[in-house]
Structure formats: C-alpha cells, structure tokens
Design a protein around this ligand. Structure first.
Ligand code: SF4
Ligand code: MG
Length: 324
C-alpha cells in the first residue's frame, strides 16, 4: 500500500457537503508474502476501510495498491475479478456474511463456480474437503446457516473464503462477534490454516490479546494513520508510541506498560487535531506536538510517528507493573 487516502464526504440533511471523514489519511504499508500483519486500533480508526482498500473493494482517493507486484488500480474490471480469487476477506459478523437462503454447500461452492476452479462433478468432494479443513463434517453441507452457532458459521465463512485458493486473506475482526470461549478455537483454526496453506494474512482487530499470538508484525492505527509499525515482539515489549503503550496498558494481564490510561474520546476524524493527532490525549505532549505532525520514523524495522519516541521513559515490564 502506498500513500493511500480515502475520505468519505459528510452531508447535512439537505445533502450539502459539510466536510469529510478522513478514514484513511496517507497510509503506506507492506505485507511480506507468507507473513501475518495485524492492524490494530480503536473502532473508527480506519482499519476496516484500509482492509477494503487493500482488496480494492473500494477505490482510494489517492495512492496505489500493489499485489504481487501488480498495480490493482491499473487492472480492467475483468482482470480484477479474476485476481479476486487470490485475495479474500473474512467479515466480522458470521450472521450477516452468509446468505440465509443458501445451503452450506452452495455458499462454499459459489467461489468454486465463479472462478471455474473444479469441474461440477468434483464440486461436492471439494466442498467436503474445505469443510473438513475448518473442522466441519461432510453432512453439514446440506444444512442451512441458521442451524449453526456463531463459531460454526464463522468456520463456514472461512471455508468459503478459502475455496478459491487465495494467497492473501484479510480477516476484519474475525472473532470479535463470537463468544470469548469460541474465539480461541477460531483463532487456533486460523493459525493452523495460515501455517498449512502458507497464507499471507492481515488480521484487523481492536483486541491486542488476540493479535499477540498470531501476528508477525503489528501496525497500530489512529485517526486514519499508522502511528507505529514493527515486529510483534518489539511492539509488545518496547512500544515506541504513547498510543500503543496506552492500548497495551488496557489489555488485562499485560500489566501497565508505563502509560496512564488514554484520556478522553477519540477526536473527530472529520477535523483531526493539528500537529500530532494524538496530542489531546497524550500525557507526554509538548508544544512541538501541537504544531508539527510527526512522520513515521525510527528505522525500517520498527517505526513510530512520535516526536519523543527516543526520549520517552522506558516502558515498565509487565511483571514489575503487576506487583506494583
Ligand atoms: Fe504524544 Fe507528542 Fe508523541 Fe504525539 S508526538 S504521541 S503528542 S509525545
Ligand atoms: Mg471495523
């Protein structure tokens, strides 16, 4: 992703344009093949929009999306449709993402037909294989989505996403709608699939506890921007951005990573604060922060958009924080 921008116009009751939600406001990001990148942030930070831009399900206002070296914006609609078999999205809500009028078999077989992946005679067999991959049984194929629990429905949605043999899968909060007891099972399933199929995976989540065990790299989003990006261990052990520290401090069992809880609400994405967008909520903010918008900096492997990233007090290790 290079320089991606997506603003949504905001209109008043008479349809007059009254500004724009700056959902994605200049994002550049690379996902190495075969790796898992987590995009984290509070709701409304633009992470779902970014995921849809990455799959070219929506058009950016500016910037480019390249997949395996190919500029998706330069493809004809027909070529883009063919490309879709390589890139799939898993949605948050398994109750909304499956058509209630389609049997499980039809839901999973639809991408096979769309992309001409197996001959009709082999379809049933292929659907059974896909269901087995996600821990369901062949006889489930004849049933309807409403007959399944949320966790099972998400397994069906995952089987459907895998049907076309994608190389890249984006999961937009894939377990957030599920009971906590079921979340770990579905996350374990995703991890197995990522490993066994060699998938490149982007996990969009507000839940750092989920991300921690899955991601190779983590990108933290705030008000339409990436504010920190780096290897998962480094971001969790030594976060460079005060916002990341505050998010980590809010995770149960993480201890307090030397940050007070975040103050106040997320500012409006229609009129982000000047300077550093996080400054109204940042306990480290200085005069410079209110004036100058920090760039992502700090080395290729682990970057943060914070003027003070090299001068912040060290984060307290979770073990110490827990005893204090
Ligand atoms: Fe806080 Fe300033 Fe860093 Fe922004 S640039 S996160 S306000 S210290
Ligand atoms: Mg979202």
């Amino acid at each position: 992703l290079d320089g991606l921008v997506k603003h949504f116009p905001v209109r008043d009751a008479l349809g007059r344009r009254r500004g724009a939600v700056r959902a994605v406001d200049g994002v550049s990001l690379a996902v190495p093949e075969g790796s898992v990148l987590a995009i984290v942030g509070e709701s409304g930070c633009g992470k779902s929009t970014l995921g849809r831009l990455a799959l070219r399900l929506i058009e950016p206002d500016a910037g480019t999306v390249r997949f395996a070296g190919e500029d998706l914006g330069a493809l004809s609609p027909r070529a883009l449709r063919a490309r879709r078999r390589d890139m799939q999205l898993i949605f948050q809500d398994p109750f909304a993402s499956l058509d209630p009028r389609m049997t499980v078999e039809d839901a999973v077989a639809e991408p096979l037909r769309l992309h001409g992946i197996v001959p009709r005679a082999k379809e049933r067999e292929r659907v059974a294989e896909l269901l087995a991959r996600v821990g369901l049984r062949p006889e489930h194929a004849r049933r309807w989505p409403h007959e399944f629990s949320g966790g099972q429905r998400q397994r069906i949605a995952i089987a459907r996403a895998l049907a076309s043999g994608p190389r890249l899968v984006i999961g937009d909060e894939p377990v957030s709608a599920l009971d906590v007891s079921v979340q770990a099972q579905v996350i374990n399933l995703l991890q197995d699939l990522i490993r066994d199929l060699g998938l490149t995976f982007v996990l969009i989540s507000h839940d750092l506890a989920v991300v921690r065990h899955v991601a190779d790299r983590v990108a933290v989003m705030y008000l339409g921007r990436i504010v920190e990006e780096g290897p998962a261990e480094a971001v969790f052990a030594a976060p460079r951005h005060p916002y990341t520290r505050a998010l980590l401090a809010a995770v149960p069992g993480q201890g307090r990573a030397a940050a007070p809880p975040i103050e106040g609400d997320v500012p409006s994405p229609i009129a982000p604060p000047p300077g550093c967008r996080f400054h109204p909520r940042c306990s480290f903010a200085e005069a410079l922060c209110r004036e100058l918008d920090p760039e992502l900096a700090g080395g290729a492997a682990h970057r943060a958009a914070c003027h003070l990233q090299d001068r912040l007090p060290p984060a307290v290790a979770p073990a110490e924080a827990d005893t204090g």
